[in-house]
Write a protein that binds this ligand. Structure first.
Ligand code: SAM
Length: 191
């Protein structure tokens, strides 16, 4: 199965299957509230950034899957862009915050993706990558299931993600979210 067909099929149902996370959960790891633009990359329906709108100037959801974005538009999300994370159609330094939840392992070239994210992140801005912790047995089972579904996902360890995010002079920290995922937080140096 080509990588993203599953998300195209799931788009209309996604928010009914996966609950919106608690709105305050990402305040600290994403350094909110903040001014300016938030990019929710691989953001799908915008589920993970729906609760953040009052804490950031503006939000843009970018995803490869048109049906996922269409569900976001049906909810009233105004700024939606269909693009691949490996080739983002944004100028350098556009976003003060970038959020990537449960999506990095679906990206075909994760080094190119982290490079692109650091390119479009503003000086002094923060990138937050939330990924299932592949060191856990339950996550290894999910990875196996995604392999069986021919999803072409590729999970990296927190240290490997940390190394990928440490580009363009970014300072990177890793923390468990206490629920089976890790937060990789990259701060781009101020000007
Ligand atoms: C598991 S969903 C997570 C969606 C959202 N972040 C959330 O928390 O609900 C993974 C998303 O990554 C998107 N995706 C996969 N490959 C992508 C790529 N190369 N560029 C942009 N988005 C991609 C999929 O279309 C899907 O919407």
């Amino acid at each position: 199965m080509p990588n993203n067909i599953l998300f195209d099929l799931l788009g209309p149902l996604y928010d009914r299957i996966f609950r919106q996370p608690e709105p305050d959960r990402l305040d600290d790891p994403l350094r909110l509230p903040a001014e300016g633009w938030l990019l929710d990359l691989g953001g799908g329906t915008g589920r993970s950034s729906d609760g953040l709108q009052t804490k950031i100037g503006r939000r843009l959801v970018c995803d490869l899957s048109f049906p996922m974005l269409a569900s976001g538009r049906a909810k009233g999300i105004r700024h939606l862009v269909q693009a691949s994370a490996t080739d983002l159609p944004f100028a350098p330094g556009t976003f003060e915050r970038i959020l990537v939840v449960d999506a990095l392992h679906h990206m075909p070239d994760q080094h190119a993706t982290t490079n692109e994210m650091l390119r479009v992140l503003a000086a002094g801005g923060r990138l937050l990558i939330e990924e299932p912790d592949i060191r856990l047995f339950a996550v290894k089972l999910i990875a196996l299931m995604e392999t069986v579904l021919l999803m072409k996902s590729h999970f990296h360890t927190p240290d490997e993600i940390r190394a990928m995010a440490a580009v363009k002079g970014a300072a990177v920290a890793v923390q468990s979210d206490g629920r089976g995922s890790v937060w990789v937080m990259a701060d781009k140096a101020p000007k």
